[in-house]
Design a protein around this ligand. Structure first.
Ligand code: SF4
Length: 138
């Protein structure tokens, strides 16, 4: 199985640790979860030059990499503080869902999961309403 370059892995670990701190989230309590996602991000750095979210299927990765929405930290994280990869979670390993629109799959899967650090993260929260009718607000 292909492995990412060490340089890309180092870069992504640094980014992930920094973003967790900045957003008031933590990495998953099962290290293998975090390692798998960081590796996926590093593979995308090698392939696309961008940290495209590794937990989605893309019909055209190159085209998607030109957009902002699924660059880590993606729009869902920046707007709703929700990480469906479980990279940025609470200490109990659950993803924060309290800001997601009702009906979003994250709310259906996990119910309402509150944010222990509401003063941190959500740099794009002003876009939450604008997302209504957008696939991200499904
Ligand atoms: S869901 Fe968003 S924040 Fe989580 S790993 Fe994917 S791109 Fe990053």
């Amino acid at each position: 199985m292909a492995e990412p370059k060490q340089e890309s892995l180092d870069k992504m670990w640094k980014y992930v640790k920094g973003f967790a701190e900045k957003s008031g989230t933590t990495m998953h309590p099962t290290p293998a979860v975090t390692e798998a996602v960081v590796k996926g991000l590093a593979m995308h750095m090698d392939e696309l030059g961008k940290p495209l979210c590794p937990c989605n299927f893309y019909k055209d990765k190159q085209a998607e990499a030109k957009l902002r929405r699924w660059m880590c930290a993606c729009d869902e994280m920046q707007i709703y503080k929700y990480c469906h990869c479980l990279l940025f979670v609470r200490e109990d390993g659950l993803p924060i869902t309290e800001y997601l629109p009702e009906g979003h799959e994250g709310r259906e899967v996990y119910g309402v999961v509150t944010d222990p650090t509401p003063e941190k993260g959500r740099a794009l929260k002003h876009k939450a309403l604008a997302q209504e009718g957008n696939p991200l607000a499904k």
